[in-house]
Write a protein that binds this ligand. Structure first.
Ligand SMILES: *Cc1c(COP(=O)(O)O)cnc(C)c1O
Length: 370
């Protein structure tokens, strides 16, 4: 039997009865958009994050984009302003910036944490810089106290891309509770996954929450009265109902991911496989368990030959993508090297102990090509 990278079927099968009952409740209600399930999920997710407001939207990219659009309309950002972003993030972080006619300024990460390096951020701050977008990549909190200090000193917005970090925390404070606003994704494979697309904006800023609430629904607060130029990006009732079920199990799921990571970190001891570094156990929600290997492709083939499925997050950095020709001349050597070396091992809340041991054994048996 192969070890899958992530078994979404098994993850949702654990809650099949609850999910089916919740779906039936919505079907029978006759109300499918902007109803009681959404309102309840927003309350419950905000409380779980420890932040006052959560606004459900269509997906994680829209959550990021609507934060920026909201701040543009509220006057905290202006067209052409620069947003500092880690060079090694998923492309959605960049897209949210550029689709709002803001300018992504990619900077090198700290290679130990894969997250923004505050020194590189400080060096990139210029007269047009208005915001820092911290990405809690792979589930580990960025250095939010250093970034918050920089944001305060230079009067910048601090936005969290928390799409991979549901449950990461420091001193009891969760991802989503550190910046001016945070974006979550509920793409099925995330730590809290819907059975389709979904996302949320989380913020303590009542003005932003109110604006995003209008923007996701055609810029409207009262039907057919359009105060702002909005979009259609809503979290539907079925997905909200699915997420309410899965939110009740999220703490256990994150705890399970931490146990898998602990076992990997104890068991994998290979001179050519570099393990992820962790500041504090609770800071990591282990969306992905990412190792580095200078023979990454050989390691991936070796694991597959042992029936173990791994993935690369991500093979090409955004500044090297065809979508961003204007960024092709940027030199981000560390980012580029990371993209050649990273490999994500199987990780998830249904990954069993035997499978974890097989992954460890296969890693230990890897022989580097000469
Ligand atoms: C998944 C992800 C997103 C986008 O979320 P979608 O719901 O797929 O739009 C944004 N940023 C990061 C870091 C992600 O991993």
């Amino acid at each position: 039997m192969d070890v899958p990278f992530l078994d979404l079927g098994a993850i949702n099968a654990r809650h099949a009865d609850e999910l089916k009952a919740a779906a039936a409740r919505v079907i029978d209600s006759g109300w499918y958009i902007m109803g009681e399930e959404l309102a309840a999920f927003e309350r419950e997710f905000a409380a779980w994050c420890g932040v006052r407001h959560a606004v459900g939207v269509g997906n994680g990219l829209d959550a990021l984009s609507l934060i920026l659009r909201g701040y543009l309309q509220l006057g905290a950002l202006g067209e052409g302003d620069e947003v500092i972003v880690p060079g090694n993030t998923f492309i959605a972080s960049f897209l949210a910036i550029s689709e709002n006619r803001l300018v992504p300024v990619p900077v090198e990460p700290d290679p130990r944490s894969f997250n923004l390096d505050p020194a590189c951020v400080a060096a990139a701050i210029g007269p047009r810089t208005r915001a820092i977008m911290a990405v809690h990549l792979y589930g580990q909190l960025a250095d939010m106290s250093a970034l918050a200090a920089l944001a305060r000193r230079h009067r910048l917005l601090l936005i969290e891309d928390a799409a991979q970090a549901h449950g990461a925390a420091r001193d009891g404070r969760k991802a989503g509770a550190f910046g001016d606003a945070a974006a979550f994704s509920f793409f099925p494979a995330k730590n809290l996954g819907a059975l389709g697309d979904g996302g949320a904006v989380v913020t303590a800023d009542a003005r932003l929450a109110q604006r995003v609430t209008a923007l996701r629904n055609y810029g409207s607060e009262v039907k057919y009265r359009h105060l702002f130029q909005g979009v259609n990006s809503r979290l539907d009732e079925i997905q909200a109902a699915m997420l309410r079920v899965k939110l009740r199990h999220l703490d256990e799921d994150v705890a399970w991911r931490r146990r898998v990571a602990r076992r990997y970190r104890d068991g994998i001891r290979h001179p050519q496989i570099r393990l992820p570094q962790v500041a504090q156990e609770e800071q990591h929600a282990w969306h992905l368990f990412v190792v580095r290997c200078s023979h990454r492709d050989a390691l991936q083939r070796h694991l597959l030959a042992h029936g173990i499925h791994s993935q690369v997050h991500y093979p090409v950095p955004p500044h090297r993508q065809p979508a961003y020709p204007d960024l092709h001349d940027r030199r981000l050597p560390l980012t580029e090297r990371l993209h050649e070396e990273v490999l994500s091992l199987p990780m998830g809340p249904t990954l069993g102990g035997d499978a974890v041991e097989r992954v460890i054994e296969a890693c230990q048996a890897f022989e580097c090509p000469a």
